[in-house]
Design a protein around this ligand. Structure first.
Ligand code: AMP
Ligand code: TRP
Length: 331
């Protein structure tokens, strides 16, 4: 039996952080044996908000290198750059004739962007969900691992696929958001305000590219308080988050020691943070070093990118042949 197709895209608009790792990349790595996986860097999407292509090129290389450093195997999955697959652009063109101005203008992410960059409300922003639908439908992917904020886009992709099928014949299957249920962790910012993110809270977000000293500095500055005064208290959010990080990167015995200290009101947050800082340094360092090695090894990077493009184009052109046939565009 052939494996189900899984696809996801990452916008290269900043440095990847611990939230991306535990919320997305770790799960991609877990899926690579069971599914037929397509993971790509959405550089066309990035152009709608980040027109500086010099910076974009670096980011694309870094995202590819970091994904491989985190354990994605380019021999198992198709890891590619969106702009290397022109078939996506052709499908985007067809799907654009099935997307209506009204529904595009109503999309939440479009309305957010109009507010954030009123000086650059380009047509690419308006049709962002159509390009995303083309990304998915070009490989006839069924499962799309994404965060909650992308669910509206997925619903639109299903609508475009259904309209296509209705007009031209049953070719494109309906993709579903793939949820990891309880396994999906949310990594909060180190000051306890919101999530770690690419663009906000830089000193409160741990990036996979941070050096050892910066990791230590950020963790030692993480918000704590004077400690619980009653045994077995409920942890405030920002303390819970430190324990979440400890659970993800430290030994079970370390976690238990600090849990017991907390419950017995003898916890010293300075010691807790020192321990977490060392364990975090040991967790991030190999990823950072491997990513840097790959990024500096231009022949290797280029091999990975070309190999990904080849796999992605084989699948994409097979779909496009069907699409053209269905649309009677196969003269
Ligand atoms: P973004 O960086 O917002 O483009 O998100 C890329 C992926 O990482 C999505 O699947 C998000 O759900 C996930 N992600 C981003 N930030 C966090 C966070 N702080 N905690 C958990 N997952 C996250
Ligand atoms: N829109 C997604 C985001 O902002 C990135 C993306 C582009 C994507 N194309 C995709 C995600 C296709 C999944 C499938 O995170």
């Amino acid at each position: 039996m052939s494996k189900e197709v899984v696809l996801s895209g990452i916008r290269p608009t900043g440095f990847l952080h611990l939230g991306n790792y535990f919320g997305a990349m770790r799960n991609y790595v877990r899926m690579q044996d069971e599914y037929n996986c397509y993971f790509f860097v959405a550089n066309w999407h990035a152009l709608t908000t980040h027109p500086d292509t010099r910076e974009l090129q670096n980011s694309v290389h870094r995202v590819i290198a970091e994904n491989v450093a985190c354990g994605l195997d380019p021999d198992k999955v198709a890891l590619y750059v969106q702009s290397d697959v022109p078939e996506i652009a052709e499908l985007y063109l067809y799907l654009n004739t099935m997307a209506y101005k009204g529904e595009l203008e109503k999309t939440t992410t479009f309305k957010d962007k109009v507010r954030q960059q009123p000086e650059n409300v380009n047509a690419g922003l308006l049709t962002y969900p159509v390009l995303m639908a083309a990304d998915i439908l070009i490989h006839r992917a069924l499962k799309v691992p994404v965060g909650k904020d992308q669910e509206q886009h997925l619903e639109m992709a299903r609508n475009f696929a259904e309209r296509f099928n209705h007009r031209y014949g049953d070719i494109l299957p309906s993709p579903q958001a793939f949820n990891f249920g309880n396994e999906l962790v949310k990594i909060m910012s180190l000051d306890g305000n919101g999530k770690m993110s690419k663009s906000e809270n830089q000193m409160n977000t741990l990036f996979l590219a941070d050096n050892d000293d910066l990791i230590r500095k950020k963790i030692m500055k993480a918000k704590t308080d004077s400690g619980p005064t009653e045994a077995n208290s409920v942890k405030p959010d920002y303390i819970e988050n430190i324990f979440t990080l400890l659970k993800l990167v430290s030994n079970e015995s370390v976690l238990q020691k600090f849990e017991a200290d907390f419950n017995g009101c003898s916890i010293r947050y300075g010691d807790l943070k020192k321990q977490l800082a060392e364990d975090m340094v040991n967790f991030i360092r190999p990823i950072r070093e491997k990513a840097a090695d790959i990024q500096n090894n231009k022949p290797l990077l280029s091999k990975i990118i070309h190999q990904g493009a080849e796999k992605a184009r084989a699948s994409a052109s097979a779909t496009l042949t069907e699409v053209r046939k269905a649309m009677r565009l196969n003269y």
